[in-house]
Design a protein around this ligand. Structure first.
Ligand code: FAD
Length: 452
């Protein structure tokens, strides 16, 4: 299972960290968030080191679909209702600024990464949902976004009839690993260096000790349980992507598409192929639809298509639907966090880099309050919080009482077998392991104990 991006890029190798180091800023995690945070900090004159447990971009980032957009599903109308217009204004403006920042960096550094300005579309095939799209268009416009409702019969690019869509202009798509390859060449990165523990200013890795003035957790899911309590504030959700080509499959789309209906498909084109994504579910869900359901759908729509690549990834979904970017906790003034990107981490990683680099260099950032991890948005998150607590109690109870279950080393929840991908997945917090126990996805930091 290798993404189109991984198949077409050879990322550079970096050495492991030296035994002991003293650094000004330490970024833990070399995904898109860690790389961008390090780059913007360095641009602002700071000294930065990135520590990556594996290889850079080998976490979720290599398996993204790499749409760079402020259109994050049907969000703006709900966000205004649940969190107020000011916050929604800030969210939209910060993400738009992130798109511009990508363009600025790519131009300034002369990066060749198939960056292309394209509109993004939010579509429905259900006439009953047109009203929702109209509401979204109106709110998005009011928040300053270039949104336009488009009648379904004017949309001919998708392989099925649709009822309507909201188009957002001035959005973009790119090849994420070609971008990272160019940026990483400018940074100080150590790979194969796993951070085991962070105690105030002291970071213990499997290679030695690092002392840092500022520590930035860009590990996708933060591994410290206390402080911050992020395991109570988000869950992980997986999605799947197929790269298709051949008879009947469009080689090039003029836009990027994301459906608002249940089981809808996300589309974009890349390198003469169609990226066909969907089948989302909470990580660790038993009998989840996964690749099987997505392939079945692809076969129905493009019966003669060839599958040239397939991949899957997961992301952190905060209960109140806003990423956590900023100070890790009130108790740790020099710790920073970037997580909870809800499958829109291309733009929100850039938002993280802009906010965190401003915070560290003492510059005011007008969007920082929007994403502050210290917020309390009860109205926006109560339902998801309830679901999460139930899932966690269930997983933990099974972990304690059920016999013959494999337990997650993170908090002891019972793991479920994911037959589709051949992995052990945690339904509580989303850690994943290979069949033999090797750790794939955090927050767990250890592999599974050997079965007896
Ligand atoms: C199927 C799918 C499609 C998506 N498509 C889009 C899209 O079109 N547009 C968009 O905006 N977003 C998209 N996303 C979301 C986006 O891909 C993610 O939000 C983003 O890649 C997350 O980046 P990250 O840097 O936070 O995490 P990661 O890429 O996972 O990076 C974290 C890094 O930290 C390292 N790490 C972890 N723990 C430690 C440790 N203890 N010590 C050292 N290193 C450590 C890991 O090895 C990893 O390399 C998609 C998500 C999915 C699931």
């Amino acid at each position: 299972m290798e993404s189109l991006w991984s198949k077409t890029t050879r990322l550079p190798d970096f050495e492991a960290s030296p035994e002991d180091m003293r650094v000004q800023n330490l970024v833990i995690g070399g995904g898109i968030a860690g790389i961008l945070i390090a780059y913007l900090l360095q641009e602002k004159g700071q000294k930065v080191v990135v520590l990556e447990a594996d290889k850079i971009a080998f976490g979720q980032t290599k398996n993204t679909t790499a749409k760079i957009t402020s259109q994050h599903g049907l969000i703006y109308h709900k966000m205004v209702q649940n969190t107020g217009r000011e916050r929604a204004l800030g969210y939209a403006a910060a993400n738009e600024a992130a798109i511009k920042k990508y363009e600025e960096i790519i131009t300034k550094e002369g990066i060749s990464c198939d960056f292309e300005k394209v509109p993004s579309f939010l579509y429905t095939t259900d006439p009953a949902k047109i009203l929702k799209l109209r509401q979204e268009e109106k709110t998005a416009k009011d928040l300053g976004l270039k949104a336009e409702y488009v009648d379904g019969n004017k949309m001919t690019e998708l392989p099925f009839p649709i009822s309507g869509a909201v188009r957002l202009d001035e959005q973009a798509q790119f090849h994420p690993l070609e971008f990272i390859q160019a940026i990483a060449a400018k940074l100080t990165i150590y790979e194969n260096t796993n951070v085991l523990e962070v105690d105030d200013y002291i970071v213990t890795t499997d290679k030695g000790m690092v002392v840092a003035d500022n520590i930035i957790f860009a590990t996708h899911y933060p591994f410290p349980i206390v402080p911050g309590f992020y395991f109570l504030r988000q869950h992980q959700s997986r999605s799947y992507v197929l790269a298709l080509e051949g008879k009947g499959v469009p080689q090039k789309l003029s836009g990027m598409y994301y459906g608002i209906d249940k089981n809808s498909i996300s589309f974009r084109s890349a390198d003469g192929m169609l990226l066909f994504g969907g089948s989302s579910h909470r990580t660790g869900k038993k009998n989840a639809p996964g690749f099987c359901a997505l392939r079945k759908r692809a076969k129905e729509i493009y019966p003669e298509a060839d599958e040239t690549a397939c991949w899957a990834a997961q992301d952190c979904m905060p209960h109140d639907h806003i990423p956590f970017i900023g100070r890790f906790s009130r108790l740790k003034e020099h710790w920073y966090i970037a997580t909870g990107f809800q499958k829109w981490g291309m733009t929100t990683a850039m938002v993280s880099a802009m906010i965190i680099s401003d915070m560290i260099t003492g510059k005011e950032n007008r969007y920082a309050w929007v994403f502050s991890p210290q917020r309390l948005l009860i109205k926006a998150g109560i339902k998801d919080f309830g679901i999460d607590v139930c899932e966690s109690i269930l997983g933990l109870t099974k972990g304690v009482f059920a016999k013959k279950v494999r337990k997650c080393p993170h908090m002891g929840c019972a793991l479920t077998w994911n037959a589709d991908e051949g992995t052990w997945d945690c339904p509580c917090h989303g850690s994943r392991f290979e069949e033999k126990g090797t750790l794939i996805d955090n927050p767990a930091q250890k592999k599974l104990p050997t079965e007896r």
